[in-house]
Design a protein around this ligand. Structure first.
Ligand code: SF4
Length: 218
């Protein structure tokens, strides 16, 4: 099962390589309901190019349910709790029946990404995490992308160096770290998918499951 955020180029490079080996490899992304319109459109474009159907993994709580339980715009007050509910918990539930997940993680100048290993045990999800590009640099990624005409999220051309949910992503200025545009104003630099130990929240994403009687989709 290949995870792709459709934000970074590494995930697209890996997707391209993996589908050459196994055209039917299942691919998923975490559909928080808060991604950029450009990202959703880009996913459709990638599906068309490769002839695949990408699975969007959604949270238990709709945005309305989350607001009802935890208040409006939780990401502005407790982004760790929001990521736990909209990313970490859904992914763990989705991967429960798999033996491994594959990521496009690679070495970058970002502090938390400098010790990426090719194969690691994901204790949170209780399965293997495989990162085939672990030893690749940003230059390696860019070179493969150029040589193979790999599509990229158009937001990167507009100054977004790292792309996630709309409320937690801004453009970076020249000289800023690529992750400076994520969760600006918070010390947070990771969503918790790769480093669950970095999540600091009192909200239990499992306890936040919605009562069907109060569910109302938007
Ligand atoms: S990135 Fe922001 S909006 Fe998205 S799940 Fe995390 S805190 Fe919520």
């Amino acid at each position: 099962m290949l995870a792709a955020s459709f934000g970074g180029l590494g995930g697209l490079v890996l997707l391209d390589m993996a589908l050459r080996i196994e055209p039917k490899l299942p691919v998923y992304y975490l559909d928080t309901g808060l991604l950029f319109a450009e990202t959703y459109a880009f996913i459709r474009r990638v599906e068309e190019r490769y002839g695949i159907a990408v699975t969007g993994v959604q949270p238990e709580l709709s945005l309305v349910d989350q607001a009802r339980r935890h208040g409006e715009a939780l990401w502005e007050r407790d982004p760790d709790a929001c990521c736990a509910m909209r990313k970490v918990a859904p992914q763990r539930a989705f991967l429960a029946n798999y033996d491994a997940w594959i990521t496009g993680l690679h070495q970058t100048t970002i502090a938390t990404r400098q010790a990426v290993r090719s194969v690691a045990w994901d204790a949170g999800s209780n399965l293997l995490k495989v990162s085939p590009l672990a030893s690749w640099s940003d230059l390696d990624i860019a070179a493969y992308a150029d040589a193979n005409d790999i599509p990229h999220n158009p937001l990167t051309d507009a100054g977004y160096a790292s792309i996630g949910c709309v409320p937690c992503t801004r453009r970076v200025q020249p000289g800023e770290d690529a992750r400076a545009g994520r969760w600006a104003g918070f010390a947070k630099t990771e969503c918790g998918l790769h480093y669950p130990e970095l999540l600091k929240t009192n909200v239990d994403p499992v306890e936040s499951k919605v009562d069907p009687s109060e569910s109302k989709e938007i």
